[in-house]
Design a protein around this ligand. Structure first.
Ligand SMILES: O=C(O)c1ccccc1NCC(=O)[C@H](O)[C@H](O)COP(=O)(O)O
Length: 214
């Protein structure tokens, strides 16, 4: 079995969390972007996070958060990592990392080879990178759109200095191929393991993790 780590993003209920943990997820994502069908408030996230076993990272997904938002969230929810999914600059990433002392994963939208140029500047300030499909121009959500980018853009690129995750349009049916084509050691999924927007499917989560690790 391959040592691939899986993040399931947008968990909203205790059943989702239990199913993701028992299927072998290594990261659980709680979404704090209010417009998302996957979003939770801080109190709900706290209730979901408190019983997560050690060794499974609780990740807060935020889009251009203010310090006030982060202060309140971090005070309320026991978190292991912050995922920044907006247009945060490298300076802002460094500031957030320094202010809260939590590891930060910066998301980079990828549509073409030029988008990968940002990897070096963010590698200097983030603990991890998440490479996701760039959202369509008119999209309401900056992520979680079920769209893949051209995985060939990542083929043969092995010398990044930070751990990274592959995301965007992954499903139980294509995740093994995505890993084989990109060399990813970590993958992230939101809509590909749902039966409807924001409704996680325990069978799909288990199938996704089995396929990723097969
Ligand atoms: O999932 C959302 O609704 C979302 C909203 C706003 C910003 C980011 C969001 N999701 C981020 C993720 O980490 C997703 O897992 C990633 O974008 C891949 O999504 P999908 O293509 O649906 O698997």
């Amino acid at each position: 079995m391959a040592d691939i780590q899986v993040k399931i993003c947008g968990l909203r209920t205790a059943e989702d969390v239990a199913a993701a943990v028992s299927a072998g997820a290594r990261y659980l994502g709680f979404n704090f972007f209010p417009k998302s069908p996957r979003s939770v408030d801080a109190e709900t996230a706290r209730a979901l996070a408190v019983d997560v076993p050690a060794g499974v990272a609780k990740v807060a997904l935020l889009v251009n958060p203010t310090d006030a938002e982060l202060d309140r969230l971090i005070e309320t929810v026991p978190l292991d990592m912050l995922q920044l999914h907006g247009s945060e600059t490298p300076e802002r990433v460094a500031e957030i990392r320094g202010r809260y002392g939590l590891p930060v994963m910066k998301v980079l939208g990828v549509a073409s080879a030029e988008d990968l140029d940002a990897i070096d500047s963010y590698s200097a300030v983030a603990d991890q990178l998440l490479l996701d499909a760039k959202p369509p121009k008119d999209a309401v959500l900056p992520g979680g759109n079920g769209l893949a980018f051209d995985w060939q853009l990542l083929a043969g690129r092995k010398y990044w200095t930070r751990p990274w995750m592959l995301a965007g349009g992954l499903t139980p049916d294509n995740v093994a191929e995505a890993i084989a084509r990109t060399g990813a050691k970590q993958v992230d999924v939101a809509s590909g393991v749902e039966s409807a927007p924001g409704v996680k499917d325990a069978g799909k989560m288990a199938a996704f993790i089995r396929a990723a690790q097969s």
